[in-house]
Design a protein around this ligand. Structure first.
Ligand code: FAD
Length: 339
């Protein structure tokens, strides 16, 4: 039985969160398929990688540690990943839908002629019968993602080519350490075997890394504002509430497009995917493109003047009224009742 592979993305030796999320999902898929989960880490001076990937369920670690593999460059990474995949023939290969994953996964899939589904929101194992030929397939990877502007959820299968490849955006899937960590078998990759001189033609002369000032992804509480907030000035009350609750401010695309706040705060299909403990949606209608980015929040409070607003279907608590009146009351109440 061929195995499930996860590409482990590293920057400065640190593993990207999305790779750990994919290991958690990969473990679930491998258990369902009765095969192994293999992590493929490329970079330089990668320390304790076996312990890290073992905590998230990897049975095997392929370790390609070489100065030519950090920082990331398309050609050497493609050469190593394709080389390993050609030898090991995984049935499933998962990548983060990060700038690196979005660059690398299509290269790998076109080299291997395997096909690729980008930006999946769910991955499940299931059977499939081809409507034309009547042929049945067992245990395919259902690659599930919004399509046609988020108006439908498409399930994509790849019966004929391997690996079945998918990218998944950061934050979409849960990241969970095993209670009993695995002790993966470490297989050191002979990088020189796969990387040719011509793969090294691109030289990195200088790098400048801009720290992202706003990071709503890991906030435990998000106070999000939509077009219904009415203005940039009214967003100030959302910041005040978020500060009081130890959270961050999020926004709908309509609010971002109207200039009420920064794009980095946009939640949804073309923004960030979040899963906070508490999500307070203020003046947000709840279109599917928005809810795709927040429907995993533990508790949702919706504040909307429209009692029929679609966001109310996702909400644990609905407050029907103007956010411009409700939010200041929440701030006042919280200040009065917290020490
Ligand atoms: P509206 O739909 O205009 O809703 C405003 C809401 O505020 C209404 O429900 C109204 O009843 C309420 N309201 C008005 N006044 C008040 C008040 N005083 N107090 C309380 N409530 C009030 N959207 C995203 O958010 N994120 C995305 O990533 C995203 N990606 C997209 C990708 C594509 C390809 C497409 C086609 C669209 C995308 N959208 C995205 C846009 C999405 O379809 C909606 O247009 C958008 O989410 C609407 O934002 P909104 O709810 O703030 O505005």
């Amino acid at each position: 039985m061929n195995n499930v592979f996860v590409y482990i993305e590293t920057e400065g030796g640190k593993v990207a969160d999305v790779s750990l999320e994919l290991l958690t999902k990969g473990r679930e898929l491998a258990d369902r398929l009765g095969c192994k989960l293999e992590a493929l880490a490329l970079g330089h001076e990668l320390k304790e990688m076996d312990k890290i990937v073992g905590r998230y369920g990897a049975d095997t670690l392929w370790l390609a540690d070489d100065a030519e593999l950090a920082p990331y460059r398309t050609l050497p990474h493609t050469a190593v990943v394709c080389g390993i995949f050609e030898e090991e023939k995984p049935q499933i290969a998962l990548f983060g839908a990060t700038p690196v994953g979005r660059d690398l996964a299509p290269r790998v899939s076109s080299t291997l002629r395997s096909g690729l589904t980008a930006d999946c929101t769910s991955l499940v194992i299931g059977d499939h019968t081809d409507a034309k030929s009547g042929r049945s397939y067992e245990n395919l990877l259902y690659q599930i993602r919004p399509a046609f502007g988020g108006n439908i959820i498409a399930t994509i299968v790849n019966p004929d080519h391997r690996p079945q490849m998918a990218t998944v955006r950061e934050g979409v899937m849960r990241k969970e350490e095993l209670k009993e960590p695995k002790h993966p078998e470490v297989k050191r990759v002979d990088v020189a075997k796969f990387v040719k001189e011509s793969d090294l033609v691109v030289k990195i002369i200088d790098r400048h890394i801009e720290e992202r000032g706003i990071d709503i992804k890991n906030a435990p509480v998000i106070v999000a504002g939509g077009y219904g907030m009415g203005s940039k000035e009214n967003f100030a009350m959302l910041h005040e509430l978020a500060d009081l609750l130890g959270g961050e401010v999020g926004a709908s695309r309509a609010a971002v497009d109207a200039g009420f706040t920064d794009h980095a705060r946009q939640v949804g299909q073309t923004g960030v995917t979040v899963r906070p403990k508490l999500y307070i949606a203020c003046g947000i209608s709840g279109q599917i493109q928005h809810t795709a980015g927040m429907d995993q929040a533990s508790i949702v409070i919706a504040i909307n003047t429209d009692p029929e607003a679609p966001i109310n279907k996702f909400a644990d608590y609905v407050i029907t009224g103007s956010a411009l009146e409700v939010v200041p009351k929440m701030i006042k109440f919280y200040k009065q009742n917290s020490k």
